[in-house]
Design a protein around this ligand. Structure first.
Ligand SMILES: [Zn+2]
Length: 476
């Protein structure tokens, strides 16, 4: 046999092999996907409140492409197949109000009167320690904590939000990020004008980003001039982005605004034409009946932060009344200095219980309503409900997997009750955001968690030393 014949034989051999493998693919006839989750109990949170037993979710790129029963495994193949037997799959939780990087001050001052706590402890420490490096570190820790406890989107209001965005992108976390605008100089803006410019630059930098939505934050009606409230709202409207503001948080705020403008904080913002659908009011604890109506009519989102409101004794927000008026209500933790964690499961539990007490009525805020505000309700409040908040075909794949095979989660009669009254954040086992696995079986895979924790401890040791030295100076 000459060399030409040998080459021909080899070519024929490879042709047969490739034909054979093509035939295999054809007989397999499965559509390729990235991730398949099978054998799951699926809480969709769609408009029909569909719950699927032995369900399958198929993910391709960033989206859910199919959701249904186990038959779907015949139709799809994927490299990553997650067997969710005895596990719950539900939409990732949406924290509608926090200040993530405040983790650097967790537990530094607690159980103090509000004004002493703020002016003697939190504000001076922020002035000294809030910088780009510490915000990066604080946000890393916060994002780790949020992922471990099932949050897949958070709405942040703080400083150095460009650094916050970079942390979120590197870990794979979804976030709405808003730089706090305030009348006085803050760590990275000397004037409100600088702050507005910073926010606009940030909006343009992250335009169409797959994880980051940049919005605007006016700190509150009492720390922002009417000019700043209106200019910042104009900027939010120009780019059609979310607008965060602390609103009617304390009785003191209501009295102060009432004294100055003869209006409630909600009435005052309405008189400035600040209230509309892109606004998210954090807290909304002290509302009149007409405030509730204004919030509902204007489509303003409300971020309910029950644990923070209780801890600093600001009161209990009229959430059942807001829901009755069809306001868009989401759930949030606020920053850890007033909570002191970012665990949305705890927050759900508190949200379910406090209104029963204040209304002297155990049917108020049932478990289904509470899960709603922590998922699709939060998405609506942030204006992101077309993308996230429920598990539906075409939506982004932001979901969490919870291990139900634990003593405190057995028996299972009602999944909503289980989520609100029994599940803890630490039961979250796997987290997928934007179609990517961020935590698998309790291990975060996009960042070295140990390294973040050890850096953080080092930072805290230094802070503690400085505080002790200050105390000694003061005593001398
Ligand atoms: Zn806040």
């Amino acid at each position: 046999m000459n060399s030409k014949a040998i080459i021909n034989l080899i070519l024929i051999f490879f042709l047969i092999i490739s034909l054979f493998s093509c035939t295999n693919k054809a007989s397999d006839n499965k559509t390729h996907a990235d991730i398949i989750i099978k054998n799951a109990l699926i809480l969709t949170q769609d408009s029909t409140k569909r719950i699927i037993e032995n369900g399958v979710i198929v993910i391709l790129n960033s989206k859910i492409v199919e959701i249904g029963n186990n038959d779907l495994t015949e139709k799809y193949s994927a490299k990553e197949i997650i067997d969710a037997t005895d596990k719950l799959v539900m939409p990732g939780l949406i924290n509608t109000h926090t200040h993530a990087a405040m983790t650097i001050l967790r537990g530094v001052a607690d159980d103090l009167p509000l004004l002493e706590w703020l002016y003697k402890h939190i504000f001076p420490l922020e002035a000294k320690y809030v910088n780009a490096e510490n915000v990066t570190l604080g946000t890393q820790l916060a994002v780790l904590e949020m992922i471990h406890s099932g949050t897949t989107t958070f709405n942040d209001m703080y400083f150095y939000e460009d650094e916050v965005a970079q942390v979120c992108k590197s870990i794979g976390m979804r976030a709405v990020l808003t730089e706090s605008l305030i009348d006085f100089p803050v760590p990275n803006s000397k004037t409100p004008q600088d702050g507005l410019k910073y926010s606009e630059n940030l909006i343009n930098k992250y335009l169409n980003d797959s994880l980051i939505t940049i919005g605007i934050a006016a700190h509150s009606p009492y720390t922002c001039s009417p000019w700043l409230l209106q200019e910042s709202k104009k900027l939010a409207d120009k780019y059609n982005v979310p607008y965060n503001i602390h609103l009617s948080e304390t009785k003191w705020e209501v009295d102060t605004i009432q004294k100055t403008y003869n209006l409630t904080p909600v009435g005052y913002l309405d008189s400035l034409k600040v209230l509309s659908e892109n606004v998210i009011g954090a807290h909304c604890v002290h509302l009149s009946d007409s405030d509730i109506q204004t919030i509902a009519n204007k489509g303003v989102g409300v971020a309910h932060n029950p644990q923070c409101n209780l801890k600093i004794s600001s009161g209990v927000a009229p959430i059942p009344e807001l829901l009755k008026a069809h306001a868009q209500v989401g759930l949030g933790t606020d920053g850890v200095v007033s909570n002191n964690d970012l665990n949305m499961f705890e927050e759900m539990n508190t949200a379910a219980i406090i209104h029963k007490y204040t209304h002297n009525e155990p049917t108020v805020m049932n478990a289904t309503e509470v899960v709603d505000i922590a998922t699709i309700g939060g998405a609506k409040a942030l204006g992101l409900d077309k993308k996230i908040g429920s598990l539906e075909v075409g939506k982004l794949a932001d979901l969490i997997i919870i291990d139900l095979n634990k003593p405190h989660l057995i028996p299972l009669y009602n999944i909503y009750s289980q989520i609100v009254y029994s599940v803890d954040g630490s039961d979250v086992e796997t987290v997928i955001i934007n179609g990517k696995i961020i935590m698998k079986e309790n291990k975060i895979i996009t960042i070295d968690e140990k390294e973040v924790l050890s850096k953080f401890k080092e930072f805290a040791e230094n802070l503690k030393k400085n505080l002790n030295e200050q105390k000694t100076d003061y005593n001398q």
